[in-house]
Design a protein around this ligand. Sequence first.
Ligand code: ADP
Ligand code: MG
Length: 324
Amino acid sequence: DQLISQIAAGEVVERPASIVKELVENSLDAGAAHIEVEVEQGGLRRIVVDDDGDGIAPSELPMAVARHATSKISSLSQLEAVASLGFRGEALASIASVAELTVASCGPGAEHGWAVSPGRHDDARPAPQNRGTRVEVRELFARIPARRKFLRAPATELRHLRRAFNQLALSRFDIGFVLRHDGVELARLAPAADTAARLARVVRVLGKSFDEHAVAVDEAAAGLRLTGWVATPGFSRGQADLQYSYVNARPIRDRVFNHAVRLAYRDLLHNQRHPAYVLYLEVDPRQVDVNAHPAKAEVRFRQSRLVHDFVFRSVGRALAAVEA
Ligand code: ADP
Ligand code: MG
């Protein structure tokens, strides 16, 4: 039973980066305007996500960290069925099964904060949290050597974690984000109201020289819209992690999308292995299946040819405009 919980948790909790993703998404769901992420040793030792969102009512705190769907999983075939769908409503419970979790929150109707630590303090106890929610995760996989051995060195885990943080920070310009690692502030992103401020945030994330190489994209056709920025070939950091793509404001990884962008570069004889871009595709929600794998951010377009050609042409036009 405990084992099945831990295997199930593997779907959501792969490494510190996936925990940060789940926790920040919860903060966004709670309407937070400011989110601080603080980690130690690449998140292996400690991850804290603190927000100013709506909070969790004291009476609901124990439920928020309890298992729902996965507690009913009793066989491997059921586990496979859930795994293929991904998990919903299970992040906190999954984290609690593989690490030490404490959730402190000052929710609706609370005069002060309350905290729970599943398995150690299951009943809510008073806590100094006076607004929003603070989730602390310690010693990931400490008691599960089979999982722990797949974790990498802190520096590598931090790289994955920053990528996850950046991906979320570029999905919500209206929210303030802070990232601290071992006491050092790595990012402080103020809310960005206009296009200039948004580009400034993108530059903070992709690096200073992105500023002089950024080309704005804004195209619409056939019910599709593509906005954002692509870097001209002069911007060659040659890194594989400077590609950010979103569908309907949600971070995605998609081969069709990435291929279309790369092809647009290649078409202009810029054989860039890793073009840098931050692109937002808006599409009729009925035209995209986002449930393919929620944890891994895969999507499936109903008309993938149409999307591919639109992205290809839009990026191509933006790049061609600066060539001219
Ligand atoms: P899900 O987000 O899919 O519902 P989670 O396990 O991530 O599942 O969270 C469980 C519940 O705990 C959420 O539905 C929400 O009610 C509450 N919760 C979690 N994090 C926060 C937060 N930062 N602020 C307010 N409520 C939260
Ligand atoms: Mg969640």
